[in-house]
Design a protein around this ligand. Sequence first.
Ligand code: ATP
Ligand code: MG
Length: 427
Amino acid sequence: MANYQVQRGTYDAYYEDAYYIHEIEDLLGTIAQTYAFSEIVTPIYEQTELFTRSAGEGSDIVTKEMFSFTDRGGRNITMRPELTAGVIRAVVTNKLYANSDLPLKLYYCGPAFRYERPQKGRYRQFTQFGVECVGVNSYLNDVEVITLGYRALMELGFPHVILKINSLGNKESRQKYMKALREYFANHIQNMCDDCKHRFETNVLRILDCKDPDDQKIIQDAPKIEDYLDQESKDYFDKVKAMLDEDQIPYEVDDTLVRGLDYYSHVVFEYHFIAEDGTSLGAIAAGGHYDNLVKEIGGPELSSVGLAIGIERVFTLLKQITPERFSKLTVPVYLAHIGEEAIDHTYLLMQHLRNDGMIECDMTFENKNLSAQIKIANRKGAKLLIIVGEDEMKKYAYQVKNLEEKTQEVVEYDKLIDYINNLEIEY
Ligand code: ATP
Ligand code: MG
């Protein structure tokens, strides 16, 4: 006998979980629309080079995490590890920048794939919701995206969120800083982890991102980006911070925050949540400003700012801190029949409620006795039970039992939808 397992790092979502995951995605879409972002849907796979060029050859994503394969036509394909590169590719392919006012404001939601070591809040197939603002023409675009992320998480029900921000400065500042880092780490790198040794060669900035406690001690004394920002970079960062203050968005400046992708410059940010019992799943959302990606992918030079929220991390944490929100799904109205002859009549009545009244309802097609049907209704959390017997069929008037208040009334066919709607039963 075959015994199929769910693939490592993937999951099945069903019933309440599937319902609430969609609800989270819908709410995020609505919030993005409030900020005048419109949806973009791009393919789940792209040519591998798109990701190696954009994320950077030395990034964790490219070196260890990509799901890549050769298709039957010999093309190198990769299942997208994040959605930004595909969105920017679509902007360039369709020349969206040529026919629309800038900035372009786009949001997306869909699966991403990374070959990671699976653990809580870390999957190999996961879902990202995100926004990209392409063609930034003011520091307020950065402020707007950072704020959208913060407000969205609050709106979803997080009681508090830690927003960390940092500036990687413009290219010149960053180059000076990286030179200083290289000089500093040159004296320490022999005592650091293998990943850091690799980062030292490919992108020294990423060493700051290392989670190893011993390495962290060395990192603490490394030069700080703040001391290498030129006037332009400082002014930009100051304006962003001042506006966040003005709009009362709380944040902390974290000068070790560098983010994992190569394309960032100026402002980068992460959102964290720590539950009362100490649970944290790392960043629940993250983003930053990027200057070169559009050009790198073949478009004009357009600065952008983007943000991605991890749907599974949001869902897992919300389910832990507000389990009451994730209550069992119910079928509010259940129809019961007395005797085999009543089943077809009950079916047609049920279709009338669904088609003409958009009422969520169900019944069994098996010939069960009334008490068995009441038990099913209760298990499904029904508030109303409509009973169809011989007499009811003749008169087109039905026994309607309120299962909570234990009351019962006879209601005619034509009045049934209004009757149910007036009860305002909670779905
Ligand atoms: P981490 O440091 O936790 O690996 P990251 O920097 O790789 O995160 P991003 O590339 O910024 O993550 O992706 C944005 C968001 O997507 C993250 O903040 C997180 O919520 C979510 N995310 C990233 N990788 C995974 C994964 N493997 N499983 C589930 N969610 C993920
Ligand atoms: Mg990662």
